[in-house]
Design a protein around this ligand. Structure first.
Ligand code: HPA
Length: 277
């Protein structure tokens, strides 16, 4: 099933949904939980939410699960955990994102989402750290994703798989999030390939085509989540103003620090929203 990389997803003849089903079996075995209800992918700055959502029953390295890759980056935690909420719902928390810029292809990028769906999760909450385009936004501010523009030129869908993406980021769930924090603004997320940050000209393009947020994740994952029939909620933490909107150079360190500072507030918001799902 696997080629020389040891990851079964790198074998072109492998069925990615079978690999996800095998991964879901690993998770059931490692957690002792047959079905999860909600899945949550934690991006930069959102990590503390894991402790606030409920009682963590099991934590394990993502690499113990079929098809998961090692984390590429400091600041990205490579673990999965199973959390039981006060309402008795099971949340699968994915702290192990594979980014498109790592160059392993869309199959590996969306494997965690397909696995979450195979564990039974019907709701997918995707979070990230991203650059802000709207002038009214400030670093450290969480915003809802209302829609996306996929600028990667790629798709997790294979073959003639025509999937409707209307209301991809569920209006119902955005409204629910605003019952927790009515001040939440929203915007259109543009996924660039990365890993370089955008040029100011690319940010002006993103703005001209209707974008408000620039980042390097989430859009491909949302497409796969929709394909799997999940309802999607997306949050971006604005870690910095996008290139050219802020006049100082961007740095990964700045992104990590903004995430760290905003973490207590946004994690508590996220935990309350998950509690209301
Ligand atoms: N651009 C792309 N990705 C990002 C940014 C950005 O400005 N900030 C954090 N992730």
């Amino acid at each position: 099933m696997s080629d020389t990389t040891g990851n079964p997803l790198d074998d072109p003849s492998a069925d990615p949904f079978e690999v996800a089903a095998a991964a879901a079996e690993d998770i059931a075995r490692l957690t002792g939980v047959e079905r999860h209800d909600i899945a949550l992918t934690l991006g930069s700055g959102w990590g503390k939410a894991a402790e606030l959502i409920g009682e963590t029953t099991v934590t394990f390295p993502a690499t113990e699960v079929t098809g998961f890759s090692k984390p590429a980056l400091e600041g990205h935690v490579g673990t999965l955990r199973s959390v039981l909420t006060p309402k008795g719902r099971r949340v699968l928390i994915i702290g192990a994102r594979t980014h498109y810029y790592e160059g392993h292809g869309a199959r590996r990028v969306v494997h965690s989402v397909r696995t979450a769906a195979a564990t039974g999760a019907r709701t997918m909450v995707l979070t990230n750290g991203a650059g802000g385009i709207k002038h009214t936004w400030k670093p450290g501010q969480p915003v809802l994703i209302s829609d996306h523009i996929n600028l990667t030129g790629d798709s997790p869908l294979e073959g003639a798989t025509f999937i409707d993406l209307t209301d991809l980021y569920s209006m119902r769930l955005r409204d629910l999030a605003r019952t927790i924090d009515p001040s939440l603004d929203e915007g259109v997320y543009c996924q660039f390939r990365g890993p370089q940050y955008e040029t100011p000209a690319e940010v002006r393009m993103a703005k001209a085509i209707g974008g408000h947020i620039v980042g390097m994740s989430t859009a491909l994952e949302a497409i796969a989540a929709r394909q799997a029939g999940m309802e999607i909620l997306g949050f971006s933490l604005i870690t910095n103003m996008a290139a050219g909107i802020q006049t100082t150079p961007l740095s990964h360190q700045e992104v990590i620090e903004a995430g760290r500072e905003a973490e207590p507030v946004i994690s508590s918001l996220l935990a309350r929203v998950i509690g209301a799902l």
